[in-house]
Design a protein around this ligand. Structure first.
Ligand code: FAD
Length: 401
């Protein structure tokens, strides 16, 4: 067995079918270093920040300083440029982050998934050259402003935020809801409807723009650490130079979501691993009836269901990543994978919680965070129903929503 495969077996013992074997040596090295750094800087503060419902910015940026997992040269070996890592690495990056914590992975997805892909899909060459390196190095923090208070699932037709062109400026008015990281982001892509041609366009609102306000939504029971903002845009001015010229209607938004919905399939796969790993640890330590919980047949059956859910989720993610790498990314596939992986994730976090008994409802057994966080993951980036309807439309030819 070569050294890379040996390292992977130690890093991902739960990857029973060897889906990780196609990662490059450089990718494996970065993922291994990320694991160590997350444990060092973030593990000690997780419970505290979770309970306080706020994001551990200092500790997160210590991880970025240690392992720049978006920018390290080793993840671009053999690739044309530093615009995108391999899709397989991307899937395992989500596994690595989400098996650790879903808020950390969500913070990354709004920055390195949604915002980055918005720039890549919608930006001019100059905009890509300006924003992508700064996002990759985390010099800029990015987010993604699509959803509105009155329009979630029906945002494609309902988007109400307006953009009015006045000379070489645009004036934005409206509200956005749930926007991850929007209270601290340096660049905030806002999707708005042009009052002239009624088409959806995208504008980069910069931090501190007059008329921009992002209030953090309080009292969340799920993904407590990530700050979700309720944005108000009151005559916010954006220059024409900060409009993304290649966002032309909702079709362009779908091009972005095709990639980012795959990201959330990977994130759900990571959460299903996290709860499995925590439950596995618990049952190999706790004794009842004079024996380890792991020795009971009923406990093993639940554990194996969790293991099998994880492997199935990883299979979806890895095959999706291969298709994307080959230039064959389809919304139907991303929607299918997001729906599938989220359902399995939801079963895994419930089984993990159950296996840990009473201690399973505390943050100590480390399954409760995953249980609570899974609810938000299940809903964002297209709810279960909407993703089912996207696939339903593709396989029946009948649109039902
Ligand atoms: C923690 C969190 C973070 C988020 N981050 C972001 C972000 O960074 N940027 C961003 O733009 N958005 C973000 N969102 C928004 C997210 O994408 C929406 O919550 C999601 O699209 C669902 O919209 P909604 O919550 O308004 O639910 P609704 O659309 O009101 O749906 C409510 C329920 O009705 C069902 N439903 C709706 N229509 C139909 C139909 N036709 N048929 C069957 N069932 C239907 C839904 O499936 C759901 O179960 C985030 C949300 C959460 C919770």
């Amino acid at each position: 067995m070569n050294a890379k495969i040996q390292t992977l077996k130690e890093l991902y013992p739960e990857d029973l079918l060897g889906y990780s074997h196609k990662l490059t040596e450089g990718e494996v090295a970065v993922l291994s270093e990320l694991r160590v750094s997350l444990e060092k800087h973030l593990r000690p503060v997780l419970t505290d920040f979770y309970e306080r419902g706020t994001f551990p910015f200092d500790e997160f940026y210590k991880v970025v300083a240690d392992v720049n997992f978006m920018n390290d040269d080793r993840i671009f070996e053999g690739r044309e440029n530093k615009l995108k890592t391999s899709e397989l690495f991307n899937a395992f990056l989500y596994l690595e982050l989400a098996r650790f914590d879903a808020s950390i992975a969500t913070f990354f997805t709004v920055h390195g998934g949604l915002c980055l892909n918005t720039i890549l899909v919608g930006g001019s060459e100059e905009q890509i050259n300006e924003f992508v390196p700064k996002l990759r190095s985390f010099e800029y923090q990015g987010c993604f402003g699509l959803t509105e208070p009155d329009h979630g699932s029906d945002i494609a037709g309902g988007l109400a935020t307006s953009a009015k062109r006045v000379g070489d400026k645009w004036i934005l008015n409206g509200e956005k809801r749930w926007i991850g990281g929007s209270d601290t982001a340096d660049i905030i892509p806002i999707f708005a409807r042009d009052t002239e041609d009624n088409k959806i366009k995208c504008f980069i609102v910069r931090k501190g723009a007059p008329g921009y306000k992002a209030e953090v939504i309080p009292h969340k029971g799920s993904l407590r650490m990530i700050h979700n903002g309720h944005i108000t845009l009151d005559n916010v001015e954006v220059s024409e130079a900060d409009r993304l010229p290649n966002i032309e209607g909702f079709k362009s938004v779908n091009d972005i979501l095709t990639f980012t919905r795959a990201d959330i399939a990977h994130l759900a796969m990571g959460v299903s691993a996290g709860s499995f790993i925590a439950a596995h640890k618990y049952v190999t330590e706790r004794e009842q009836f004079g024996k380890k919980l792991a020795s009971f047949q009923l406990v093993q059956e639940k554990l194996v269901r969790m293991q099998s859910n994880f492997v199935a989720n990883l299979g979806y993610s890895v095959q999706l990543s291969h298709l994307q790498e080959e230039g064959d990314a389809l919304m139907t596939n991303s929607a299918l994978a997001k729906m599938h992986n989220s359902l399995n994730m939801r079963e895994n976090v419930a089984l993990g919680r159950e296996i840990c008994g009473g201690n399973g409802i505390t943050l100590e057994a480390d399954v409760m965070r995953f249980f609570l966080d899974a609810e938000a993951v299940y809903t964002y980036e297209g709810t279960h129903e909407i993703n089912a309807l996207i696939v339903g439309r593709a396989i029946t030819g009948v649109g039902a929503f």
